[in-house]
Ligand binder design. Structure first.
Ligand SMILES: Cc1cc2nc3c(=O)[nH]c(=O)nc-3n(C[C@H](O)[C@H](O)[C@H](O)COP(=O)(O)OP(=O)(O)OC[C@H]3O[C@@H](n4cnc5c(N)ncnc54)[C@H](O)[C@@H]3O)c2cc1C
Length: 302
């Protein structure tokens, strides 16, 4: 188990908490505890924290937990939550929107739309933060976040901030490769003005509510779409729509969404993931790969 070294001035770090229930921080509403949990008040406090602890302790970045399955045995790291406090944004130029990593995707979509930029409307239905979206290269309806990134603000393990051009990064389907992957914020460059950008957001949200379960405990798409296929369609063709294991079930509406009906453990969800993968593999010879990030310990750390 990691332990905060006493040589550091532990008490001076306001906002550092112990044994925090991570189920409240995952949209699947399950998972164990974080050994240490830090919700910085602002960017400077976060960088100070990383400067002291960044080299000695594993840090797990958390946005809104809309794409993470925390294992039941918990997370033996310092979980740093950015949503909430690190959520300011401003227009640096009339076509360049800067947002901090904890800003919600929905807020960014609306802010862009208020200036008549409709091209970020796809973000409106993605229930995460900008930081999570950058890490996952979040996308929908044919658009991906990294197509709009001009520059990112990153922090290294020594707590030093750098601004790096998007050209230093290699985005791929639901992921990103590049020099530093701890995002404090990003500048998004926009170019296409339309008169009804807010209306576009409304229609994006309406379309999602027809095709995907909303208002349920899910983490969005569990699996990436394999080349040439849709994961949801393969699962559906295995007759798994509605299939239930304990309190977790494959959604009746969209087979790539698994719903926690209230009491599912992370183990239950992992078991369903394994079962679905095995069925799809044996029926179609296709190996599904998780989009959702499964994080944490296999066994209790205390
Ligand atoms: C109902 C529903 C619908 C969804 N629809 C879509 C969709 O259409 N398209 C899509 O792409 N996704 C979708 N998702 C998945 C999810 O919302 C996105 O992946 C989102 O970008 C995750 O953001 P988050 O803040 O919740 O990240 P988290 O779940 O908190 O974290 C995800 C990953 O990002 C890392 N991370 C978080 N913040 C940072 C940071 N500042 N710097 C570095 N790494 C960081 C985490 O460590 C983790 O590895 C959906 C999820 C749900 C529940």
């Amino acid at each position: 188990m990691i332990a905060i070294n006493k040589k550091h001035d532990f008490c001076s770090i306001s906002g550092l908490q112990r044994n925090i229930d991570l189920s409240k921080h995952s949209s699947w509403r399950c998972g164990g505890k974080a050994n240490y949990f830090f919700q910085p008040e602002n960017k400077n406090k976060l960088c100070e924290f990383i400067k002291v602890y960044g080299r000695d302790y594993p840090i797990l970045w958390l946005g809104l937990g809309s794409n993470i399955l925390f294992r039941d045995a918990g997370v033996d790291s310092v979980v740093v939550r950015t949503a909430g406090n690190l959520s300011s944004f401003s227009w640096e130029r009339s076509d360049l929107l800067y947002a901090q990593c904890g800003t919600s995707c929905a807020k960014i979509a609306r802010e862009a739309a208020r200036s008549n930029f409709g091209e970020l409307a796809f973000l409106a239905g993605i229930p995460g933060t900008l930081g999570g979206a950058l890490k996952m290269n979040a996308g929908a309806i044919g658009s991906e976040i990294w197509s709009f990134v001009h520059k990112v603000e990153v922090v290294n393990v020594d707590g030093e901030i750098r601004h790096l051009s998007a050209s230093e990064y290699r985005p791929y389907y639901r992921g990103i490769a590049g020099p530093e992957l701890q995002f404090l914020g990003a500048w998004l460059r926009l170019s296409q003005k339309i008169p009804d950008a807010l209306e576009k957001i409304r229609s994006v949200l309406a379309a999602r509510s027809v095709s995907q379960p909303t208002g349920e405990f899910t983490c969005g798409s569990v699996f990436k779409n394999p080349i040439g296929h849709y994961a949801g369609e393969l699962i559906e063709r295995c007759d798994l729509k509605g299939f239930r294991l304990g309190d977790v079930a494959v959604s009746e509406k969209h087979a790539n969404f698994f719903i926690n009906h209230g009491e599912a453990s992370s183990r239950d969800i992992e078991s369903l993931i394994e079962l679905v993968k095995a069925k799809v593999r044996s029926r179609f010879g296709v190996k599904l790969e998780e989009e959702v990030q499964i994080l944490g310990e296999e066994k209790e750390y205390e």
